[in-house]
Every structure is written in C-alpha cells, then in structure tokens.
Design a protein around this ligand. Structure first.
Ligand SMILES: CC(C)(COP(=O)(O)OP(=O)(O)OC[C@H]1O[C@@H](n2cnc3c(N)ncnc32)[C@H](O)[C@@H]1OP(=O)(O)O)[C@@H](O)C(=O)NCCC(=O)NCCS
Length: 266
C-alpha cells in the first residue's frame, strides 16, 4: 500500500488548501463537475474474468471495500492511532480511516486506474506508467487536501514528513530511470468475506498481463508480512524493506518489483 503523491505535493497542498478551501464543500468530494465525464486518463488493459473499472460514482463503495480490507493494517493505522488522538473514539478513528481511503480512491479514479470484481469484493488502485496524483487539481478534487486538517499534528508529521518522502525516495531508488515508466500497485484489498476466491489474482493479472506486453515492471509496497508469499506467486520479487519509525514499534514495509515476463523492454 502506498501513495503516488510525492513530497513536493505536500507543499502545494498546504499552500493551495489555504487559498482555495472556500471554493469547495468541506464534507463532500465533488462529483458533479464536467471533468468526471471525460475519458479516463489512462488506457485500460483488456477486461477479463469479471474485472471492471470503478467509476467516479462508485468511489464510496470501492473505498468501503478497501477500508474493510485494511481495517487492521499497521500502515493504515499509523496515521490514526497517534498519541495526540488517544481521546478519539473507535468510531471517530474509523470515520477518518474511511475518509482517507475515499480520498485516495477518488484520486486514483481521476488519475489512475481503479478496478474491482464481484460486488466490490476486492479493489485495486493502480497508478499507470507516467501518471501520478501530485497535481493540485487532483489533490483538491479528490479531497486529499483535507488531510491537512483531518490528521492530528503527529498524524501529519507521520504522513507528510515521514511516510510520503520515504515512499517516494524508495520507489525512485528501487526503480531508477524506470520510476516513471512502470505500473504502481498502490493498494489491493479483498474483503475478509471474499478472500481465497481468486479475486486478488484476477485484479493483479489484469494489469500484469498488460505490463508483460508492454515490457514494463510493476512495483508495490506490502504492509503485511503475510502478503509477500502471495505476491511472489504473481512474479514479484523482494527488493528491500523500509521502516516507519515514529510509533512505539517500527512498521515494516516490504518493497517488491515484478519484472516483465517478456524480455523486450521499452
Ligand atoms: C492479500 C489479499 C489482497 C489476497 O486477496 P485474495 O483475493 O484472498 O487472494 P486470492 O484468492 O486471489 O489468492 C491469490 C493467491 O494467494 C494465495 N493466498 C491467498 N491468501 C493466502 C494466505 N492467507 N496464505 C497463503 N496463501 C494465500 C492463494 O492460494 C492464491 O494462490 P494460487 O492462485 O496460486 O492458488 C487479501 O488477503 C487482503 O486483502 N489482505 C488484507 C489487505 C492487504 O494486506 N492488502 C495488501 C497490502 S500490500
């Protein structure tokens, strides 16, 4: 799990949110503007096996699936279970968890590729080659800017000062010049009730087959030690581990890259 949002964006978010907050409804991600009727920003790999693309109108359902899948994920909780939010109720923390996933899902609908299978039993957020959600318009449209006031002071330090720069720098170091020419699996999650039915495999192979055709690598960060063995089945290999260090115990992320099955590289 990770974010295709570079540290550079943080500055933009801070500046622009201060300037433009008044133009938007605070509690709603806008869904009615014309841009949502435009074609997706990316060309979608052929849809097979019941995989389909999530539309802007469905962002809440997709985010709800991810919220459930990542309910106990150490990284997802890292920004919420913070000392300066100890007084929050579980319900307040859950609402923030859902909010964050709604913003991230919406940003990927705008700039990336969001896929699902079944009745939102599993959802994947991809950032295709050359795409990112750094631009101010996407940060504003998706609601990501709201993290500036929804996260606590410590939550913001963890998210903006530690997490985003670490992920950005690690991805760049691991992929080198391919950083802008690879598929980035930002999130994949299957609801507990839908697990073990091949949903993750179908969502994964939907893109990895395309990446093979294109001769491109796929990149992910795994936030759960149970997952690398699953991802190795799809051809991902361990590259390195990184640590988030501001909590009582470190949170470990496994960095994995899948090389294309075909040798021809672009
Ligand atoms: C990881 C996750 C997405 C897998 O989803 P899933 O839909 O259950 O996976 P699939 O049914 O497609 O299984 C894919 C492969 O992994 C294997 N697998 C799945 N869960 C497994 C487990 N707990 N232990 C061992 N192998 C497992 C399956 O056997 C299958 O292999 P096969 O196709 O060779 O038989 C799901 O467990 C999940 O959402 N976990 C919580 C959120 C999370 O950690 N997401 C990833 C963050 S990086």
């Amino acid at each position: 799990m990770a974010k295709a949002l570079s540290p550079v964006t943080v500055t933009l978010v801070q500046q622009k949110s201060a300037l433009k907050v008044a133009n938007y409804q605070v509690d709603e991600v806008p869904t009615s503007l014309r841009v949502l009727q435009q074609k997706p920003a990316v060309s979608v790999p052929p849809l097979t096996g019941g995989v389909r693309v999530v539309t802007a109108a469905e962002y809440k359902e997709a985010a709800a699936c991810l919220a459930e899948a990542f309910a106990e994920d150490d990284v997802a909780r890292y920004f919420i279970d913070v000392p300066d939010r100890e007084h929050w109720t579980p319900e307040e923390k859950w609402a923030l968890h859902v909010d964050i996933l709604e913003y991230v899902t919406y940003a990927h609908i705008l700039k990336g590729l969001v896929t699902t299978i079944g009745d939102f039993e599993a959802v994947a957020l991809w950032m295709p080659p050359g795409q990112n959600m750094d631009d101010t318009w996407t940060v504003l449209r998706s609601g990501m800017w709201r993290l500036q006031y929804k996260l606590s002071a410590e939550g913001k330090r963890r998210f903006f000062n530690e997490f985003l720069p670490l992920l950005h720098d690690t991805k760049h170091a691991a992929l080198g010049e391919r950083d802008d020419n690879s598929w980035y699996l930002v999130y994949i999650g299957t609801r507990p009730s839908g697990r073990g039915k091949g949903h993750c495999r179908k969502l994964m192979e939907h893109v990895t087959k395309q990446a093979d055709k294109e001769g491109l690598a796929c990149y992910l960060e795994s936030s759960n030690e149970a997952n690398p063995p699953i991802y190795r089945k799809f051809g991902f290999q361990d590259v390195r581990t990184i640590h988030l260090q501001r909590a009582d115990r470190n949170v470990i992320l496994d960095i994995m890259i899948r090389e294309p099955a075909t040798p021809e590289k672009k």
